[in-house]
Design a binder for this molecule. Sequence first.
Ligand code: GTP
Length: 205
Amino acid sequence: MTSTSQQYRFVSAAKLPTRKGEFTIHAFVEDSGTEHVALSYGSWQPSDVVPIRIHSECLTGDALFSTRCDCGFQLERAMENIVAHGYGVLLYLRQEGRGIGLINKIRAYHLQDSGMDTVEANEHLGFDADLRTYDMCKLMLDKLDVHNVELMTNNPRKTAALKDLGINVVSRKPIDHGITNDNKHYIRTKTEKLGHAFDPHLFKD
Ligand SMILES: Nc1nc2c(ncn2[C@@H]2O[C@H](COP(=O)(O)OP(=O)(O)OP(=O)(O)O)[C@@H](O)[C@H]2O)c(=O)[nH]1
C-alpha cells in the first residue's frame, strides 16, 4: 500500500486554461510529501451527481504520447466528457506505475519487452500487481463539495474504494477509448488478471 494513515491537506487553487477548456487546479499534499491535484470544471450543488475521473499518473502515456497503455487517451477523453457535460472533476493522483514509480515502471516495461505481462513484470520485480490506495480522494472530493458521483472508469477497485470512503457512486461510465495494437495485450491482461471491465471483443487479435 502506498499511502496508509497519511494526512492530507489542501494548499491552493488557481485557474488552469487547457486545450480542452478552462479548469481550476486544486493542489493537495500528503504528509509524506506526495502531491496530488484536482481539476474542476463548472459548478454544481452539493446534492448533484458530478461526473468524475480518478486518474493515476502516467508520465509516458499522459505527457509523452505513449501508446503502450491507454492512459493518455483516457485522460483526454475524461476531460472532454467533463467539458461536454458542463461540470465535473478530474483527480490526478501521483501514483505513477500503479504505485511502483516511474523508474520501476520502465524496469517493468523492459521485462514486458521480453514477454512478461504487466502483472508478471510487477511481481518479478517484487511488487504486488497494484499498490494504489485511494484514501486521498475523500478529502479532495469533500473540499470540492462532491458527494455523489458518476465515476469514469473500468477499474472495479476504484469503485469499491470510493464506496468504502463513503462517497455515493451513483453510476459508472465505461471509458474504453484508446485501444491500439500496441496496448491490446496490456488491456487483455488488465481485464483477465486485474478485473477491468472491458468488452473482450475490443482486444481480440
Ligand atoms: N506497473 C505498471 N504500471 C503501468 C503500466 N502501464 C501503465 N501503468 C500505470 O497504470 C496506471 C493506470 O492508471 P489509470 O489511468 O488510473 O487507470 P486504471 O487503474 O487502469 O483504471 P481505469 O480507471 O479503468 O482507467 C498509471 O499509474 C500508469 O502509470 C505497466 O505496464 N506497469
